[in-house]
Design a protein around this ligand. Structure first.
Ligand code: SAM
Length: 295
């Protein structure tokens, strides 16, 4: 299956330049509040899609095991440095469009700041649903094109694209903002039923971040987040979904499948070999590399 290109973070210093030194304490703080509100207290097997350097992973304390999935091997190396090599974490380099897991495996998943790199977001969501058990929980964050700033810019002719139109806007290569109603339609079509929405990061304005104390900013946003169930005018939206419809449970002990041909893949580090198509996948530095290499 031909799938869209991947936004490449290989070798990127994203965690340091954007988060640690980029003045994003407000964004991180409001995302922490949103996750606390949406996450269940406990769970067994969580899939973190587009985990990057593991910025959010420590927020999944109630889960017995967390699988960090990212296309970038170097982002996962950074995550492993941060979180360590304990059995509680599994690191998997793979493409969201070609998830290397058997059907119905996970009881929960999150995807934060990652859908905005998906040129075919509906296909990505369908893949996520495939690996979830029936009644699994899925928290999705997406970038909202219909936010107050873009509405004002459009009204005063400072922006050409219409924030109210349903199609995604690609504002930079492989960077998309979405209309909330369109995302909800995709979720429904993928058998993911919306339970709760939070509008997040209302005050993402450099001047306010400079003059107001961080705690006040986070408190103000926390106050407004529940409006997400009524309307979404913030640049970021968090949605908690429930997987509906029947999905066969993954057979006991089954975990990986070949991302290329879909055959079951035995977990045999330092190399996984697909008995069906013959492809091989290395495990290096504690990271399963299940990306499909060009032949
Ligand atoms: C903006 S970062 C967000 C990282 C993390 N979720 C956070 O909030 O700090 C987006 C991540 O998505 C990953 N990514 C983008 N496209 C992907 C794909 N098709 N499959 C897997 N990961 C992908 C990138 O490698 C990158 O680490």
């Amino acid at each position: 299956m031909n799938t869209p290109p991947v936004c490449d973070y290989e070798g990127s210093d994203y965690q340091t330049s954007f988060w640690d030194q980029g003045g994003r304490a407000y964004e991180d703080g409001v995302e922490e509040v949103a996750l606390k509100r949406l996450l269940p207290r406990t769970g067994k097997l969580m899939l973190e899609l587009g985990a990057g350097a593991g910025r959010n992973t420590h927020r999944y304390q109630g889960f017995e095991q967390v699988v960090l999935l990212d296309y970038s091997f170097t982002q996962l190396q950074q995550a492993r440095q941060r979180l360590g090599g304990s059995e509680r974490y599994r690191y998997v380099a793979a493409d969201v469009y070609k998830l290397p897991f058997v059907e119905g495996l996970f009881d929960s998943a999150t995807m934060i700041r990652t859908l905005h790199h998906m040129a075919d977001a509906r296909l990505a969501l369908a893949q996520v649903r495939r690996v979830l058990q029936s009644r699994a929980m899925f928290i999705l964050e997406f970038a909202n094109k219909r936010n107050i700033k873009s509405i004002l810019r459009y009204t005063f002719k400072r922006q050409s694209w219409n924030p109210f139109s349903p199609e995604p806007i690609e504002f930079a290569a492989l960077n998309f903002d979405f209309h909330p109603a369109t995302v909800r339609t995709w979720l429904r079509l993928c058998q993911l039923s919306v339970e709760r929405q939070l509008a997040v990061s209302h005050f993402r304005i450099p001047l306010l971040k400079r003059i107001l104390p961080l705690r006040l900013m986070v408190w103000m946003d926390a106050l407004l987040q529940p409006t997400g169930n009524l309307w979404q005018l913030s640049p970021s939206v968090f949605v908690r979904n429930r997987a509906v419809g029947e999905t066969p449970s993954a057979p006991a002990g089954a975990f990986f499948q070949c991302p290329a041909c879909g055959a079951p893949l035995a977990d045999t580090p330092p190399e996984l070999v697909c008995e069906s198509c013959g492809r091989t996948y290395p495990v290096e530095d504690g990271i399963y590399d299940l990306r499909i290499k060009e032949e």
